[in-house]
Design a protein around this ligand. Structure first.
Ligand code: PMP
Length: 448
């Protein structure tokens, strides 16, 4: 074992796989074995590996200006160009953007921005944030407090009370519906729960509602039709801001430019972006806010004092240059249109597993999807623990496919947006073999 403490890994685990290089949608281990990267790294390498333009952009920008900060209004052209291009793309009115390096730090920024804003407009009590069960918003102390997964909280004494995080239902019909409940009734019930929560806490104490339009890391949950329309109506009624965490769903992933578009979420007040913003070639994130929120902070900032928040790497010029080039490529090569077409094909092919005895639910949108493996198909009974998901993930690897087991026994797919139809066929074929191995495993181990 090396001396690395591995992220999101059990301390007793041994090293699993040493990846050495990548090309297109494939990565290779140190033995030269090829894997189809079915998860785009961690839902991020949208343009695949070895993209010459991104490599050249990185080298050029490093040669020109490897670092410069943005404190106190110091700036650089490539950062300003990125801000203009990005704010023109997002469905946020008169958007303003704050740069960071990760999805987690961008969510922390938003928490602070909300507090600064409500302090600025004289409503300091409006500070709580509603987040959902089974959501993923990152792992810094504040972002992990927003996250709705025990694994990120229990052993760290999170969430921290001072943040005032409120929790509401995950919009997952398959797991959350009562016996005999229709999708429409499920939506009505959980959105009623949301309204009751708001009334109980007091609307004047609640700043925002955060949601991934489609969740990723917590199992790729696609909410039922009508869910966001009802949520938005409730938020509007009580003057609570909609905060879209598009760290995974942003930039073509769900078959449209943003997950908000796919799910009919109209013009959110805040948006968090990272990962595909730079196709993961450099770490960069963006906390986007609506222009009127920014404007309301400008004058009071004389009284409140400096917005005392900024990272050394806020607006890192190399990361900005790579992000700018990534956005240019998205537009020039119609990457989102292509991803939409390939996404339809992926969903169609994943649906072929629907009748498999181990598959409880197939879900997804565009080029993101998951298959939930279950112990009993008829009742939907889940497997205990994560052994089956872990086995399936390893079996995929053995067949040359990288995926990720999420939320226990769901196998997630999120290939690069540049994937072709033939490569989707390859993904499906490899997964089919791994699923057959998994079925042998659960039979052998008497897990069903
Ligand atoms: N929000 C969402 C929706 C995410 O999926 C993630 C990461 N998977 C994060 C935030 C945190 O991003 P990071 O890991 O870059 O801190």
């Amino acid at each position: 074992m090396s001396s690395i403490i591995y992220p999101t890994t059990n301390f007793t685990a041994t090293e699993q796989l040493t990846i050495e290089r990548g090309e297109g949608v494939y990565v290779y281990d140190t033995n030269g074995k090829q894997y189809l990267e079915g998860l785009s790294g961690l839902w991020c390498t949208s343009l695949g590996y070895g993209n010459r333009e991104l490599i050249d952009t990185t080298a050029e920008q490093m040669g020109k200006l490897a670092f410069s900060h943005m404190f106190g209004g110091k700036t650089h052209k490539v950062g300003m160009e990125l801000a203009e291009k990005l704010t023109a793309m997002v469905p946020v009115d008169n958007a303003r953007v704050f740069f960071g390096s990760s999805g987690s730090d961008a969510n922390d920024t938003h928490i602070k921005m909300l507090r600064y804003y409500f302090n600025a407009i004289g409503k300091p009590q409006k500070r709580k944030i509603i987040s959902r069960e089974r959501s993923y918003h990152g792992v810094t102390v504040a972002a992990a407090s927003l996250t709705g997964l025990p694994v990120n909280q229990t052993n760290f004494d999170l969430p921290i009370d001072a943040l005032g995080i409120l929790r509401t239902d995950a919009p997952h019909y398959y797991r959350g519906a009562l016996a005999g409940e229709s999708e429409a009734d499920f939506v009505t019930r959980i959105t009623n729960n949301l309204e009751q929560l708001i009334l109980r806490e007091g609307p004047d104490t609640i700043a925002a509602f955060i949601a991934e339009p489609i969740t990723g890391a917590s199992g790729v949950i696609v909410p039922p039709a009508g869910y966001y329309q009802k949520v938005q109506a409730i938020l509007d009624k009580y003057d609570i801001l909609f905060w879209a965490d598009e760290v995974i769903t942003g930039f073509g992933r769900t078959g449209n430019d943003f997950g908000c578009t796919t799910m009919g979420i109209e013009r959110p007040a805040l948006m968090t972006l990272a990962k595909q913003l730079s196709s993961a070639y450099m770490p960069i994130s963006a906390s986007v806010i609506r222009g009127d929120l920014y404007d309301a902070m400008v004058e009071p900032s004389n009284k409140l004092g400096v917005f005392g928040h900024g990272y050394t790497y806020s607006g890192h010029p190399v990361a900005c240059a790579v992000a700018l080039k990534t956005l240019e490529i998205y537009q020039r090569d119609d990457i989102f249109g292509r991803a939409a077409r390939m996404g339809e094909y992926l969903q169609r092919r994943l649906a072929e597993f629907r009748d498999h005895p181990l598959v409880g639910e197939v879900r997804g949108s565009g080029l993101i999807g998951a298959l939930e493996l279950v112990a009993d198909k008829a009742s939907g009974r889940a497997f205990d623990g994560g052994a089956v998901g872990a086995f399936a993930q390893r079996a995929c690897e053995q067949h040359g496919l990288i995926t990720r087991a999420v939320a226990g026994s769901s196998i997630a797919f999120c290939p690069p947006l540049i994937i072709s139809e033939a490569q989707i066929d390859e993904l499906i074929e490899k997964f089919g073999k791994a699923l057959a191995d998994t079925q042998d495993f659960v039979t052998r181990e008497r897990l069903v």
